[in-house]
Design a protein around this ligand. Structure first.
Ligand code: OAD
Length: 228
């Protein structure tokens, strides 16, 4: 049976595809205030502005391509049962053909009803407009989990992490909960790999291996380590 390799990915894995991270010096939250674009309050204050913000993000995602890190994760499926838990709202893991992906914060290529959030629609192209409505006539919003909203996929994510044999944390600053808290569900008897050019805070001393590199270089290093 294949070992279970679980991946917690964040914005850094898509940086080499040209998508901005959030908290780096040129990151998205340098140019925007979270409260203005990524909360329910922001939505009710100015829906058009919020739609425009995510339209630009969607346009960037559609123009981007998966990079080597996404592709190497797909390749690892030949040897491991790979499960990806991503905080990213882009679809680059999907486009790299990874088969098992759980989005914690939603996905930007989908819209959801503001009347019934179980009504999800895929978006054709990059633009959502005022007046785009669900079948009950309510305005559609991006299918993104905003700050202050529940993270419905956290329970399945916890289970996946608990069952992992190997955990890889890649391209996330681990600043946002509950996602950042997932690590504590991983056995400290098993190896945790962290790929990030910067040091990130993880309170674990045993069985932790930091690969201080960009995502694609870090993935190459990881594969060499796993091969030994
Ligand atoms: P952050 O922007 O907080 O962190 C990105 C991480 O990627 C940092 O640790 C960087 O050092 C690292 N990084 C930068 N370039 C990299 C590269 N080329 N290769 C590998 N790593 C690189 O992004 P997240 O941790 O993903 O939520 O942010 C978590 C959540 O906060 C997001 O999902 C988003 C945001 O607000 C929502 O939108 C709900």
């Amino acid at each position: 049976m294949k070992q279970k390799l679980v991946v917690l990915s964040g914005a850094g894995i898509s940086a080499e595809s040209g998508l901005k991270t959030f908290r780096d010096s040129d990151g998205l939250w340098e140019g925007y205030r979270v409260e203005d674009v990524a909360t329910l309050a922001a939505w009710y204050a100015d829906m058009k502005m919020v739609l425009d913000f995510y339209n630009m993000r969607r346009k960037n995602v559609l123009e981007a391509e998966p990079n080597q890190a996404h592709l190497l994760l797909k390749e690892l499926e030949e040897r491991y049962e790979v499960k990806i838990i991503t905080q990213n709202v882009d679809n680059l893991h999907e486009r790299a053909r990874s088969t098992n992906i759980l989005h914690l914060h939603g996905i930007i290529t989908q819209a959801k009803s503001t009347f019934d959030d179980k009504l999800i629609y895929s978006i054709d192209g990059w633009e959502m407009k005022m007046g785009d409505r669900c079948e009950y006539g309510s305005q559609l919003r991006p299918n993104i989990v905003w700050f202050g909203e529940a993270v419905p996929n956290i329970e399945p994510a916890i289970k996946i992490v608990e069952e992992a044999d190997i955990l890889l944390v890649i391209g996330t600053s681990l600043q946002v909960y509950p996602a950042a808290g997932l690590i504590k569900y991983f056995s400290n008897q098993k190896p945790l790999y962290v790929i990030d050019p910067k040091q990130i805070p993880i309170s674990r001393t045993k069985n932790i291996y930091f690969l201080a590199a960009k995502a694609s270089e870090g993935m190459q290093q990881l594969i060499k380590i796993l091969d030994n």
